[in-house]
Design a protein around this ligand. Sequence first.
Ligand SMILES: NC(=O)c1ccc[n+]([C@@H]2O[C@H](COP(=O)([O-])OP(=O)(O)OC[C@H]3O[C@@H](n4cnc5c(N)ncnc54)[C@H](OP(=O)(O)O)[C@@H]3O)[C@@H](O)[C@H]2O)c1
Length: 390
Amino acid sequence: MGAALAAPLVLRRAPLRTGRLRLAAAADATRRRIAWVCPTLGALGCLEQREEAVPPVGDDECLVAVRAIGLNYADVFMVLGLYEAFNKYLEENPGQAVPGFEFAGDVIEAGKAVTTHKVGDRVYGFTRFGAYRTSVVVREKMLQPVPKAWSYAEAASVLVQGLTAWHGLVELGAAKRGSRVLVHSAAGGVGCAALEICENLGCTSVGVVGSIDKVPFLKERYPSCTPLVRGPERQYARQLEDLGGSYDVVLESLGGQFLTAALERVAPMGRLVHFGATAAYGGSRVDGLFKWLKLIPSYLRRPLVDPGAMVPKNVALFGFNLVWLTDREEELTRELEEMLGRGGLGKRPPAVGRSFPFAELPSALDWLRSGNSVGKVVVTVEPGAGGEVG
Ligand SMILES: NC(=O)c1ccc[n+]([C@@H]2O[C@H](COP(=O)([O-])OP(=O)(O)OC[C@H]3O[C@@H](n4cnc5c(N)ncnc54)[C@H](OP(=O)(O)O)[C@@H]3O)[C@@H](O)[C@H]2O)c1
């Protein structure tokens, strides 16, 4: 997405817990929008709002007035400076990197060559960074129509976490009917998508959560899933042993000893797919330099895997980052179609846990960072908040 920003005007710094902002400043200007920008990285308080010009819309692009933004745990890592691809993006866009992968809204302008969407269509979509805006310019290929019964918030909740779950579970994990699946952080965004896919494919699942408070949510939405409330890292191997059984696929996003313990429970010909390290590196409420000091013990205790030991056990270990796939459009589109079709993610609206207004976006990120959220955390944008073509 273009980043041709004309004379950005700083509106205000991140209000982590404070009230609503006044967006009217941007709404009266033609082709202006509001963005949450990271001039520097290291703390959620680095985020600040700016008014900026909407870049010109290319022939194969649409301008979308954003109505909802889907947050991902990766966004927390981005703002804290722990997400390599975003660090690079900031280097390329000094002082004006905007986080965010996904959004939903209304097409308000379509390029000359656009064939699949028209002005007025409700769409949801993906952008490689830059979604924390009241409007976005994206290629039409990155947009999908919002199903009639879905809200904007629901539509902004499906792409990234759904594709992560699909890629890990099916593309790499080779899950199929009858597979036994262990899902870490099962009540979170990726976790919910994974359980949804498990139900649709006919897999049995154990959903691991960090708190008993999340169990009622899991039981209500995914009754076929067996919940497991994990204790501290050192007890996890024992907990899995007590539960018994082994797994054909493990979706692992906690890191540290949680990975090591889960790897022990992988069945012969099974796969552990590692794609996050929330327990090892997430959650710290310490920002800035001290954050790095807090990360050192986790780094020193990181799991060391002996590939030789995996041979007699016939197990595989995968790692992936979805951001890599975003350069491979055909692959991404194919996986998206399969996820919505065979994976059944389009059948019912995704689970939205909590919504925050655009003005309180840093508080939404802070809620996601707390580890207490269930389902998707969404930020909603009021109509007329900026980005309209006047
Ligand atoms: N590699 C990729 O391409 C890719 C793409 C998307 C997401 N991810 C990863 O997948 C994981 C889930 O992402 P998501 O966006 O769906 O987030 P999420 O699961 O909705 O939220 C994160 C969850 O992590 C768990 N957690 C464990 N230790 C934590 C800590 N110390 N602080 C905060 N949370 C902690 C919490 O659940 P419990 O306590 O219940 O476990 C929390 O709810 C993350 O690790 C993320 O980085 C990777």
